[in-house]
Design a protein around this ligand. Sequence first.
Ligand code: GLN
Length: 176
Amino acid sequence: MKIGILALQGSFAEHAKILEKIGTEFLFVHTKLDLEEISKLIIPGGESTTLEKLLKKFEMWEEIQLKIKNEELKIMGTCAGAILCAKFGARWEVDRNGFGAQQSSFSTILNSEKFPDFRGVFIRAPRFEKINPAVEILAKFQKDPVLLRDGNFLGASFHPEISGDPRVHEFFLEKF
Ligand code: GLN
């Protein structure tokens, strides 16, 4: 089983670059059929409303839900992807654009024991809210949790695919 990168819209090419850098085979996921070949899916940053629309249009939404329910699919969602994780059942809520609009995009070093000195790039980033206490917080920016794990979901409000640092991807590939 391979790892898939959802390639309908958004920063899928950047995710591909990181996986190439660490030498991992992957599949760009465009259709429902592609979902049959993967056990892990990366949902990139982009526009969550557009991604949701496209996933529904191409009948992938229900298929992903089913695979999550059957524990056949693990998901890493970055930014818009983390918003979709919440819709697919990860136990957090989001304030879309909670870190500000495009002009207030920023990059900063995160607080994380697991990923020391990791640079987080925030672009119209969602702010996590109402995080279930069972959810593991893997990184923070100031007081805000920005990298979360809930079972088979890994959600980042920032873009680990843009900083060029492969550690979050490696964690999803190897330890998840
Ligand atoms: N805030 C955007 C949304 O609502 C996500 C932004 C991003 O992925 N860079 O979809």
